[in-house]
Design a protein around this ligand. Structure first.
Ligand code: ADP
Ligand code: MG
Length: 474
């Protein structure tokens, strides 16, 4: 069950975003699965959370847990943790929820930076206190050996290997760019892991740019700026993921610029990843942009079907499974968007095979896929379908959504449209932004997280969204 629950959280994160999952779903657990009656019993911390889940997310649990357990529309029952069940009053519920909300990653960002011992006694710098790959750890899972190389990523791979062999020597900085889920983070960690294996003393810091921003703000708030700078200046290898998130943060950029210069002058290796070419990152100071682009730039494209097939086989192998060519090819040709989603599909297939104790055959995969509405549904929904559905509920035309208009209501509908497009089509943030008036992908990202937040607080918006989504079922 734990296996299934973890898979469910991954899928939910893809679908609803991590904020929703962190806020609401992380506190839930499966207590029982009654396969005869097809009832899934879930436990949540209190009545309020149960009601909220029931009202807003029941269908998500039903669809995806149902899919993982291979039943159509199971019954889902949310139960509050028994010891508290009878004590709940509306006030105490509210209190509980604020505790749950404090668990979101955003709440954890504003903690002082600190240094803690890393695995084998080596000192590695950590930022914040969340123990995940995103907070400074190198993820041991991401190594060169598990990275499948093909025409779409061979340049990036070769550059990464070269840098891992001779950090600070050959390509500095190294800059990867490419769409989401295509292996940028994997390569960053692989570089770090290789260098660490060769030199146990090397101080390697992996950090996402948005966490860098938060850490910087935190350093200012707590008057720890010197410590912050010193920490970054001490690293031997700096791996900064998704550097585009530093855009429009002028003061942070300034601080980063100085860190960059001092590391660069000391011939320390710096590696960046981004979803776009440096010249196309908006809201970034010219002098920083020219630094980002000053070394080697390697792009990663969508993989071809052969590479996707090879990746699937490799991933299955790591999980102790063997995929036939036929099965791998079927999956590779049905999941078109990116490698992360390819992995998600494989996880579902493996979970299904374990559960039914059947071998992974083409028939089994087809069963999983054609019982599985989402990918098929997703492929059937394009931008126009979203615009049509939105236009049925709001009096705005596509031209109005595309225009520069800052009218509050149009802006909200535009943001909602972006959210729906991300959730129901396979398009990237960039494509969505381009379609809705040539807007930047960071604008789209911002819009999506705003709507995610709104939905949590605004029952009316939640209802409007589900009415629009019902259009897609027709
Ligand atoms: P990005 O950072 O570009 O969004 P990630 O590096 O997080 O993408 O990759 C998403 C998933 O796909 C990861 O689990 C990663 O291991 C896997 N992946 C991506 N590219 C490859 C590849 N060429 N070979 C094997 N796995 C890959
Ligand atoms: Mg990434």
């Amino acid at each position: 069950m734990r296996f299934i629950w973890e898979d469910f959280l991954k899928i939910a994160k893809e679908e609803l975003g991590s904020r929703v999952v962190e806020t609401w779903f992380k506190a839930v657990s499966i207590t029982r699965w009654d396969s005869k009656e097809k009832v899934i019993y879930l436990q949540a911390p209190n009545v309020f959370v149960c009601n909220w889940l029931e009202k807003n997310y029941r269908s998500v649990f039903q669809t995806h847990l149902g899919r993982l357990l291979n039943v159509v529309d199971p019954k889902v029952i949310f139960l509050p943790t028994s010891s508290k069940k009878n004590e709940e009053s509306p006030e105490s519920n509210e209190l509980q929820v604020s505790v749950v909300e404090k668990k979101t990653p955003e709440a954890k960002i504003f903690r002082p930076a600190h240094v803690i011992p890393y695995n084998n006694g080596q000192k590695t710098h950590l930022i914040g206190s969340k123990l995940s790959e995103r907070s400074g750890y190198l993820n041991k899972k991401y190594v060169f050996e598990t990275f499948v190389v093909g025409p779409s990523n061979s340049l990036a791979y070769a550059a990464a290997c070269a840098v891992a062999q001779k950090p600070g020597d050959l390509y500095n900085p190294l800059f990867f760019y490419g769409g989401s889920g295509l292996g940028k983070t994997h390569l960053l960690h692989a570089i770090g892991n290789t260098i660490q294996a060769q030199n146990k003393k090397a101080v390697i810091l992996y950090q996402t740019a948005d966490r860098f921003v938060s850490e910087f703000i935190n350093a200012i708030r707590f008057d720890k700026i010197e410590r912050f700078q010193k920490k970054y200046q001490q690293v031997d290898v700096l791996l900064i993921d998704d550097i585009q998130f530093i855009s429009n943060k002028d003061t942070t950029q300034e601080a980063f610029f100085h860190i960059f210069n001092s590391l660069y002058d000391a011939r320390k290796q710096i590696v960046f990843s981004s979803d776009t070419f440096p010249q196309n990152i908006n809201g970034i100071a010219e002098r920083l942009r020219s630094r980002l682009a000053s070394g080697m730039i390697a792009d990663i494209h969508q993989p071809c079907i052969e590479v996707k097939t090879a990746i699937l086989k490799r991933k299955a192998e790591v999980s102790g499974e063997i995929l036939s060519d036929e099965v791998a090819h079927f999956l590779a040709s049905h999941v078109t968007s990116n490698i992360r989603e390819l992995e998600g599909a494989l996880i579902r297939v493996i979970a299904f095979a374990h559960l039914t104790k059947e071998p992974i055959s083409l028939a089994l995969v087809q069963k999983v896929f054609f019982n599985d509405e989402t990918p098929v549904e997703k492929q059937g929904i394009d931008f126009k379908a979203v615009i049509r559905a939105v236009a049925k509920h709001f009096p705005y035309s596509l031209d109005e959504l595309r225009a520069e208009n800052r009218n509050k209501e149009i802006a909200l509908v535009r943001q909602l449209t972006m959210y729906i497009m991300k959730k129901h089509t396979n398009k990237s943030l960039r494509e969505i932004g381009a379609y809705l008036g040539n807007r930047n992908h960071t604008t789209v990202k911002h819009a999506i997280s705003k709507i995610e937040q709104h939905i949590l607080e605004d029952a009316k918006l939640q209802r409007q969204l589900s009415t629009i989504e019902k259009e897609f079922e027709r």
